[in-house]
Every structure is written in C-alpha cells, then in structure tokens.
Design a protein around this ligand. Structure first.
Ligand SMILES: [Mn+2]
Length: 394
C-alpha cells in the first residue's frame, strides 16, 4: 500500500504498518473546481452522459447539478439512448432523478443557445452521440469528470480524470465531503441523491468488491445521508423476459478458452441493449472463468442503424479492459477507438455502416451475423489464445 496514491503508510517503531486514510481534500482538485464554478456563476450548462447511462453516470450528474445550483449554475442532464436496464429505470423513477432523453435524429432536442457550456460526466464524449452535435453548435467544453482511462484528447477548461478511482460517484462524493455542497438529512432531494450515489458506487465496483479505499471512504460518508429502504427498492427491480432471453442465448453460445468466456447473442432491439452487460455479468460467475465478453448486433429502427455492441467484465486484476479492447479492435479512420473501459469492465461499439439493415430475407441476416461473429471472435482470440496469440493477457 505504500505506493498507493490514496493512503499513507508509516512504519512505527514496533515495525507494524499503520495506514492513515487520506482526506479527499488531498486528492481531489477541489480548488480548481471551486474556481471554475465561481467563474461560471449565472450560467446554464448542459451535462452529457454516455448514450446508455448507468447508475454511476446518472447519480454523479445529479450530484454535480446540485453542487452547480449551489453556485448559481443551472444544469440540464441529457443522454441520447435509452434507460434500458430495469435498475436504471427504477433509480430514475424512484428518486425523481432529473435526466432526460434527447434522441439525436428526432429533432426534439433542447435549444442549445440557452447554454454557455458542456460538462461530460462519467464519459469523455466518445460514448455520446450528443457530444459531436453540441460541439458543432459551438458550446465550449467546460468540465470533464470521469474515471475511465483517457479515451481522447480533451479540450476542456478543466479535466478531473482519475482512472484509479473506481466510480465517478466517488469523485462527486469527495466534492461533497470537501464542502462544495453541504448535504442536509432533512432535504429529501439530498437524501435521494446520496442514495443514488451509493447505488452508482456499488454498481461500478461490483457491489464494493472491487472498491478502492477512496470508494469505501466515499460510501462511509454517504451512509450518513442515504435511505436504505429506497436503495433496496431500486435494487429489487427485476429482469425483463427479453433480458432473460439474451442471458439464455449467451449461455448457449458461449465458448470458453483460457478462462475467457466469449458469447455472441445475435440481433437485439435497441431498447434491450443493456441486456449485453447483464449477460456478461452473469457469464463471469461461472467457475474457472475470469473474463466474459458478450456482444450482439443492436438494431435501431428509428435511425435505420445497426451497431455491434459488446461488454467485457473481468475479475482478473492484471487484465486492463481498456488496454485489452483497444488492442483487440483498434480504431477507426479518425483515430477513435472502437472500445475502451475502466477497471474491471469495458465496452465496445462497432458501426456496421453500409451493411446495416435488417431484412425479411433471413439468409442475409444470418450471413451478416456470421461475418461479424467470426471477425469479433478472431480479434478477441488473438489476444486470449497464447498458441496463435501473439499477446498473452498475463
Ligand atoms: Mn462509471
């Protein structure tokens, strides 16, 4: 632990090691964020989440917007895709979390002229279809708060990017702990936001199993404010039949090599996209499996678009999902990586482009699936299988 950035180890004369927790003030760039909020007082900002926001993103954005409000900044939270995971829907409904959908092609987005800046939370713009639009409208990128590995060059006023932190909710909780907003147990919005943050923190750390010291300290702080009954109501959301079907397909199709379980699940509807990470979460629970990759072709009827979506989950400490997926799939002609991640989890998204289109002709669909299924497996197995594989993940 001596080299850990979040703890200070000191040997006392008896030779035992004492680890003193570091206060978030020593780690979080509090001064810079405070200054930034002061500079932007009186403005309105748009917060963008990844297209399919998870509890970490949703809760962190809400916490930021409450902090911003206390500094006379109004925020609106937007995402492009859908809330497809039952837990996310429950979270938003039960807490009244103010996040809105803006479907890119629908034309019913907000009037961008009312905003003076963009804030990216739990992403770096690479997983948001809204970011290019907002950028094209000339809105400056004010702030990025994230814990994923660096995905792209960020031209922002300030970037708080800390990949060693396991959840963005932890970063936002540190802001709270340092007094950017004083939580009040009698304020129901504060209680609900603290509950959402605990949920975000848990879900990005595999129920705290992969939590770091900083995440536990954040959780300890939130425990003073959160509503445990509300949290259990959110967690009790059950899986839909369609999600169960995707999990079943992933079980049936999985191939295991060198403790890596890989499953293609075929075509999925856009709104069921979140079944993919849930299937990966399930496959990784099999014995002697340390990593699971699940992928499928997601068909978006509204936009006549198809895209391969995949999720990786790993319990192997030495496997860096971000590095692994970038290595496996590379990047497009503009240098944008098809995949990326954070500690223990990652995802990828590969556009199908000209081959898009789901036809009545079942043969064509089957052929197309076979091509993508084969290609993705080839790319993954090259890294997984040391016999043909040049690179071992050990
Ligand atoms: Mn996250």
């Amino acid at each position: 632990m001596a080299n850990s950035p979040s703890s200070v180890a000191e040997a006392n004369p008896q030779g035992t090691v004492q680890i003193a927790p570091v206060h978030p003030e020593q780690e979080a760039p509090i001064q810079a964020i405070r200054q930034l909020l002061e500079n932007h007082a009186g403005e309105r900002q748009i917060i963008l989440l990844q297209d399919f926001p998870d509890p970490d993103a949703l809760s962190s954005a809400w916490a930021y917007s409450l902090i911003a409000r206390a500094h006379d900044i109004d925020c609106d939270i937007y995402y492009a895709g859908t809330l497809s995971h039952q837990e996310n829907i429950a979270l938003v409904r039960l807490t009244g979390l103010p996040a809105r959908r803006w479907a890119v092609t629908s034309g019913d987005g907000p009037d961008l002229s009312q905003y003076q800046g963009v804030v990216l939370i739990d992403n770096q713009g690479t997983t948001s279809h809204l970011f290019p639009q907002v950028k094209a409208a000339g809105l400056p990128l004010v702030l990025v708060i994230d814990h994923h590995s660096p995905q792209t060059k960020l031209d922002a006023e300030f970037v708080d990017l800390r990949p060693h932190i396991r959840a963005t909710a932890t970063i936002l909780t540190q802001y709270l702990q340092c007094g950017m907003l004083t939580l009040d147990r009698s304020n129901s919005k504060h209680v609900k936001c603290a509950t959402a943050l605990i949920h975000g923190l848990r879900s990005d750390t595999n129920q705290l199993m992969h939590a770091s010291e900083a995440d536990f300290l954040a959780g300890a702080y939130l425990s003073r404010y959160y509503d445990s009954q509300l949290l259990s109501a959110v967690l009790q959301a059950s899986r839909s039949k369609r999600v169960m079907d995707v999990i079943e397909r992933s079980l049936r199709n999985r191939k295991i090599q060198n403790s890596v379980s890989i499953a293609g699940v075929g075509y999925l509807r856009y709104e069921d996209r979140d079944a993919i990470p849930q299937a990966a979460d399930f496959l990784i629970t099999e014995e002697n499996v340390h990593t699971a990759v699940v992928f499928g072709i997601v068909h978006d009827e509204d936009e006549e678009r198809e895209v391969v979506i995949g999720s990786l989950r790993t319990s192997k400490i030495t496997l860096d999902p971000d590095e692994f997926l970038k290595e496996a799939f590379g990047h497009d002609s503009e240098g944008r990586f098809f995949g990326g991640g954070r500690s223990m989890a990652g995802g990828f998204e590969i556009p199908i482009g000209f081959l898009s289109g789901f036809y009545e002709n079942g043969d064509y669909n089957r052929l197309k699936w076979d091509v993508f299924d084969t290609q993705i497996k080839q790319k993954l197995l090259r890294l997984v299988n040391p016999e043909d594989g040049v690179i071992s993940t050990d």
